[in-house]
Write a new protein. Sequence first.
Length: 523
Amino acid sequence: MVDGTGAPPYAADVVVRDGRILAIEPAYTGVARRSVDARGKIVAPGFIDIKTHSDWTLPVVPTADSKVGQGVTTEVIGHCGYSVAPALPGRVDLLRDYLAPSAPWLPFRETTFAEYLETFPRTSVNTIMLVGHNTLRLMTMGMDRRAPKPDELTSMQRLLDEALDAGALGLSSGLFTAPGSYAEAEEMVTLGRVLRRQGASYATHVRNEADRVFEAVDEALALAEACDLHVQIVHLKASGCDNWGQAQRLLAVIDAARRRGLEIDCDQYPYAAASNPLRNLLPLWVQDGGDAAMVDRLKAPATRARIRTDIAAHGLNSFGRIPSWDAVRIAISPRQPEDAGKTIAEIADDGSGDPIDAVCDCLIADRGATRIVIASMSEEDVREILRSPTVFVGSDGFALSPSGITGTGRPHPRIYGTFPRVLGHYTRDLGLLTLPTAIRKMTGGPAAALRLIHRGLIRENYWADLVVFDPTTIIDRATYDDPHQFPIGIETVVVNGVVVVDAGTHTGARPGNVLRRTSRGVG
Ligand SMILES: [Zn+2]
């Protein structure tokens, strides 16, 4: 058993009753209704996926197959500024179109954040919700590229307050793309003060992860300092080949901030490729006014020429320079599903031969909804960040099922493979981490950062969120070519004392709860 604190493994029986861990004993002698023989296996706290987008899919796939299939029992959703609530009267279509490359299957309806939490379906995992800054901006000022007027800022503050009152963990931002990118630091400080007053936290996809990544991280640190906030820098990376080799320096900047007393956490997914809507690779001005305006604009040769010039000069928006367009591959294209799996270079070769034309033509045909996978990081940097015991593991994925509508396309393999990949490939096979440290990065570490009440460790009276896996066989199987693949080695998963995965198979149980932030913590 590995308890999630980072302490070495030891042999023990873990006794569960009424959803909680009743006892941890060397050899339990009482009677059990059901026992799981975990000899030779590891029993660990269920993995906490601290960085996800499962609000896009859980209502469609409440069994969260790709999550529990890798041992995840709790996830934090609504990251990068993109939450599916609130959706206010007259703004539902705007939010649906905005999230089309991310949540093409989701039915959108008018909802306040409180109603959203109250009516969230029972799922197989516990969920913790963030409210997104991009969503708040869409609700108050659409896709306008400007600072908010005073009444609009007040309206965003009110919506944020409402979400926090309802139990949201905090605010997420996605400052790298529209409309979050239109926010100046001052707007974020105003919202940060609301978070401070409510004792909530801030999770940020920083303004730039490529050539200006240090500036962007500094902005996040400055907000932590200005508002006295806990800040989580999500999916930490150095993107774009001009920035490869910068991971160590990035970690040093964050460590120095912590030594100054700032409360900073980060997370990472264990892959050298990112995933995003295709439109987000283009210069920010391309999206002015929203998708319909963008699609019109992309038809003009002059627009394409300007995009070519901008990308030649600065690389891709937030992703930096890529070695070639082989690095960008279509993941999901709702209106041109046959494109899934093709690279932009391949699509260009089949057409005019020009990759920018290929990108623009894809976006026009798909009305902006195309999602891509982009190989923009160096493996060395991925390993450098992964080796850090203080960087948590977060998939940045969303719950999917290989059967049914979400089992289509070629989404990022992190959706199925993140946690087994860290434990099998990076920990066991490459030896970058010890097993207790790797597990702490997935359990006790994030639980403390999130202030979870009685979760994240194997302790008496803690919630029985548990995973049993085989440390000799655990490995991810999902690949870029064949992503809808469950990992090997996850045997039993228990959520709130209920078996969700039994001998590697989903039981159909949905014992997960929506966990809300209170003054005592999150539970
Ligand atoms: Zn992000």
